[in-house]
Design a protein around this ligand. Structure first.
Ligand code: MGD
Ligand code: MGD
Ligand code: SF4
Ligand code: MO
Length: 894
């Protein structure tokens, strides 16, 4: 980060990272020209100044390229007046003709709490439709359901400090090293400082598993067997907290009996989970003998057809040992999105009403009176998967999508596109004009330009119930407006102006806080009544605070932990054990679909890449959509590392680059979720996922879809670097990545080098071309210059080679080339050593450079850092560097 000169220095604005649920504090210093310098906020209690690769690169994502800056109605730019009139008019017509419950909202854990609150109130209280669901259904609704079954409320009992104080951290279905990197660094600090052990439970050996003391590579979907076995073991060893069970819980005997049926002992647990019995013993022993245990869980638990049971199987073990709500212990749901928790707080899910209230008659009445809502709904709406099916059937006529990209993130995504086409009204509130969902069309389509991170103001709540401010530090671009303000205007047009007369985000926040405290008296966990009278100024200055924060009895401080007193939010104040179902994942390998498809995330991209895709730093680590395959399966299906494969399921197909790795289990393949039609020709994981919903939470299974795989061959492969993004010709397989100084395509085609040589002339007519031609070997390289400056570079080689574009990207970064650079582009070889694929995104250090440092004697992460700077900024790449060190093999074998 460069420091602005003192004369120009604007004060840094404190805000919160818009990516993961860790909720790191950010210091943003705008440069006055639309750019911003980013640093971690040393005072924020989530990160104490640290940021991961994604947070550090935020400055590269705030430009206005591809931004939606004007309202659009049916593809035509429109005034706000016209667009809002179209939305309100159509909503009214549809409600009159088909009833209000033919209208649906699909929201997002990335909206601010204030936006979410207004959407929920408008839909459930005034329009009178219960069909309000959110991408959080795909994210942590199973954790919500598990909490509610066990605690009677959706309460996260612990906090991040528990990770600092734990002696054992069990991570179940969580790749925290990549997905919650700053929390993961806190866990590693705890290990270094107090010897905390880390156990991972994941069918893949991820970077998190590489760092763990014990990695349990379980068979997909078998977590309930593992934790059932653990419960039995604790009981048989006499390690239960009988007093806690007797005084503060109910249902223990039934849960234990069921656990015995599922996994009566360690040997049976090993059989049910596919683990070695010694590993099962080691894990049981660690859990039994360590008092301070935190079990962190994420999507390997939640995104499962039995996700709620998986969550309860984990919570059962904590309740049975009284390890909950006390320092260094408890189950900890790691939330994905920056405001997943805020959405739960406002009640923005189809099975909630508002402020952690549900649909008891007295709850409905209470919210009706508070909102003065004429059309309050009285029961649950449809959850995401059912909601989109209802759209398909024509039951839902109008859909308003806000802050999410369902065409790339809903399972069976190809069907989602078809469903949307049948809508009478399709409204999308978006920041990016080119997202797949913004380019989809209903019979009437209205795009509403939303303010993005850095431009909007409000609050978010992180995984430990901590409410932080997101603050604006950039001007509103074009005609973009805050999501809440847009909805307020629609409400006014529908005749509900008085109830939506908010002048600021603080106005909304006060009302939200007041509702949380309304007739509460300690009966509901979510109470932030202490903030109900917050002034505009105090809201502006608001420091991160944890809830609950009731009006009285807290000295203005929130609570770090709940439930240590053994009092829960069920009617009898006792927690519930849940008798879980045995694992039932249909593994039946059919000859047509013999593999289990798992999907998830990579280190440097965020979801559908509409934001991280803008950063060249973040686009270097993984540049193409890929499928990870075990070496045995590679042999079985004739796949080569670096080649291509078509993965197909009953839902769809995708063509992906093959990575052969023993990090995945035989019989399993893994595909990242990030690529869309915007960034690749054929790389959407969402099109493949079958998405069977969990019966309790409605969260779709995204980690286990039966799949087939076959090799795909192309005649040529290569890369094309251009200053502006170029539309690739039809028939190419391609993936787009932002590179320093422009845009890059990695491609594969059935054309040969000759055809490609002709094609490039067509793309850059009349420009100066420098070429290297060897058609006999299928090789062609070319650099295009305009007035002596490099504007494009193309390389074509036979299709059996993975293109290496690291050198070309370096040369392309600056348009003025010397003779050596020019030669490099055409020869494909540098004068010096190549850098290799990027490992350290912050300093742009490649694999080959790190390997060279290690070969030169750097024997530790620190020594590698001293040698080439890799790993010295955000630390997200430290697990990958550690793996390259000479001791790494020995360690993982131990
Ligand atoms: N870099 C990055 N970070 C992110 C995000 C991002 O897009 N990019 N998104 C954020 C969001 S919204 C979320 S929800 C979180 C998700 O964070 P994580 O849940 O950590 O990430 P995933 O990669 O979705 O899945 C986690 C792991 O579950 C494993 N898994 C699959 N099946 C099973 C199973 O049956 N049992 C067990 N125990 N494990 C299984 C997968 O192999 C995978 O490694 O990340 C957040 N952070
Ligand atoms: N196969 C598979 N599918 C998955 C998952 C998986 O692991 N595997 N994970 C699931 C999970 S956990 C999640 S959370 C989802 C995430 O999936 P999505 O929510 O669909 O992904 P995002 O790319 O975060 O979408 C956010 C959209 O909001 C836009 N946006 C940004 N800022 C604003 C704003 O201020 N206002 C408005 N109105 N819009 C804005 C962005 O440009 C972007 O298009 O994906 C789910 N889908
Ligand atoms: S861990 Fe990284 S992505 Fe998550 S909030 Fe912190 S800086 Fe942002
Ligand atoms: Mo998520």
């Amino acid at each position: 980060m460069t420091q602005p000169s003192p004369a120009l220095a604007a004060p840094a604005v404190k805000t919160t990272c818009p990516y993961c649920g860790v909720g790191c504090g950010v210091l943003a210093t705008p440069d006055g020209q639309g750019g911003v310098a980013i640093a971690g906020d040393p005072e924020h209690p989530a990160n104490f100044g640290r940021l991961c690769s994604k947070g550090s690169a935020l400055g590269e994502t705030v430009d206005l390229q591809d931004r939606l800056l004007k309202p659009m109605v049916d593809g035509q730019a429109s005034s706000w007046e016209g667009a809002l009139g179209a939305v309100a008019g159509s909503l009214k017509k549809i409600a009159d003709r088909h009833g209000p419950d033919s209208i649906a909202f699909y929201l997002s854990g990335q909206l601010l709490t204030e936006d979410y609150y207004v959407a929920n109130k408008l839909a459930k209280g005034f329009l009178g439709t219960p069909h309000v669901d959110t991408n959080s259904r795909l994210c942590m609704s199973s954790a919500v359901a598990a909490h509610r079954r066990a605690f009677g409320s959706d309460t996260v009992p612990g906090c991040y400090e528990d990770l600092d104080e734990a002696d054992l951290i069990v991570l179940v279905g969580s790749n925290a090293a990549w997905c919650h990197p700053i929390l993961f660094r806190r866990m590693i600090d705890a290990r270094n400082q107090r010897g905390t052990r880390i156990v991972t439970v994941d069918p893949r050996r991820t970077q998190t598993g590489e760092e763990a003391d014990l990695h349990l590579g379980i068979a997909p979907g078998t977590d309930t067997a593992l934790f059932s076995g653990l419960l039995v073991h604790l009981a048989d060893q006499g390690k239960l907290d009988s007093r806690f069970i007797a005084e503060h819980t109910a249902g223990f005997d039934g849960a234990l009996e069921r656990a015995r049926q599922i996994a009566p002992d360690a040997a049976a647990t090993a059989r049910a989970t596919g683990l070695a019995e010694a590993d099962v013993h080691a894990f049981f022993d660690l859990f039994e003998k360590t008092q301070k245990v935190v079990t962190g869980f994420s999507q390997g638990v939640n995104q499962s057809a039995q996700g709620t049971d998986k969550g309860n199987a984990i919570i059962n073990c904590h309740l049975a040992t009284g390890r909950i709500g006390r320092p260094g212990m408890g189950p900890l749901s790691l939330t994905g999105q920056p405001n997943a928790m805020g959405g739960r707080e406002v009640g923005g899910l189809a099975n909630m009403l508002a402020a952690h209230m549900h649909f008891g008659p007295e709850e409905v009445d209470r919210v009706r009176r508070f909102w003065k809502a004429p059309n309050i709904i009285t029961g649950e709406g449809m959850k995401a998967v059912a909601l989109f099916e209802a759209i398909e059937r024509g039951k839902i006529k109008a859909l308003w999508v806000m802050g999410t990209n369902p065409l790339v993130s809903m399972p069976r995504a190809d069907r989602i596109r078809a469903a949307i086409a049948g809508l009478d009204l399709y409204v999308v509130s978006e920041a990016i004009a080119t997202s797949d969902s913004a380019r989809a069309k209903g019979k009437k389509t209205v795009l509403l330009p939303a303010l993005a991170w850095g431009e909007k103001d409000g609050t978010v709540t992180n995984s430990e119930r901590r409410i932080s401010r997101q603050r604006a530090f950039l001007k509103a671009p074009g005609e973009a407006r805050a999501d809440w303000a847009i909805m307020g205007d629609v409400a006014r047009r529908l005749g509900y102006g008085d109830s939506f007369a908010y002048r600021s985000a603080a106005d909304i926040f006060r009302e939200h806080a007041a509702l949380s405290a309304f007739e509460n008296d300690g009966s509901r966990d979510f109470d932030i009544g202490g903030l109900a009278d917050i002034t505009e100024r105090a809201y502006d200055a608001h420091l991160p605070q944890q809830w609950p924060l009731p009006k009285r009895g807290t000295d203005g401080k929130g609570r770090a932990r709940l439930f240590a007193d053994g009092r829960f939010f069920t009617f009898d104040r006792r927690a519930r054990f849940v008798a879980v179902q045995p694992p039932a994942l249909a593994q039946a390998a059919t000859p047509e679909r013999p593999l289990v498809l798992n999907t998830g995330r990579v280190r440097d991209h965020w979801h559908t890449m509409t934001r991280t895709g803008k950063s060249q730093r973040l686009s270097g680590h993984r540049a193409v959509p890929f499928v990870e395959v075990h070496p045995d399966d590679a042999t079985r299906f004739g796949l080569k590392d670096g080649g291509f494969a078509r993965v197909s399921t009953e839902a769809g197909q995708a063509t992906l680059e093959v990575t052969v790795t023993d990090g995945v289990r035989p019989g399993s393949v893994f595909v990242p979720m990030h690529w869309s039609d915007m960034t690749a020709s054929d790389g959407r994981a969402a099109a493949l996922a079958r998405g069977i919903p969990d019966p309790v939470s409605g969260q779709p299974e995204l980690k286990a879809t039966p799949a087939a795989i076959e090799p795909v061959a192309y005649r040529s492969r290569g890369y094309l670097l251009t200053r502006a993004p170029l539309g690739p010709p039809p028939g190419w397989w391609w993936a787009r990545a932002t590179v320093s100084g422009g845009s890059g395509l990695l491609f594969a085609t059935q054309e040969g080098s000759r055809e490609m040589a002709l094609a490039i002339r067509g793309l850059f007519p009349g420009q100066e071309l420098a070429e290297y031609v060897d058609h006999a070997r299928g090789l062609y390289r070319c650099a295009v210059y305009t007035e002596g400056k490099l504007v494009a570079a193309l390389s074509v080689a036979p299709g059996d080679r993975r293109p290496d574009w690291e050198l070309a990207k370096q040369v392309f970064a600056q348009p003025d080339l010397d003779a050596v650079d020019r030669r490099t582009l055409l020869s494909g070889r540098a004068a010096g050593a190549s850098a290799g694929p990027v490992v350290c995104a912050c300093h742009g250090v490649g694999l080959d450079v790190i390997n060279a440092a290690i070969a030169g004697g750097a024997g530790s992460v620190e020594a590698v850092g001293a040698c080439c700077k890799a790993g010295t900024n955000c630390g997200s790449c430290i697990p990958e560097i550690r793996k390259l060190l000479p001791g790494a093999l020995a360690r993982s074998a131990a």
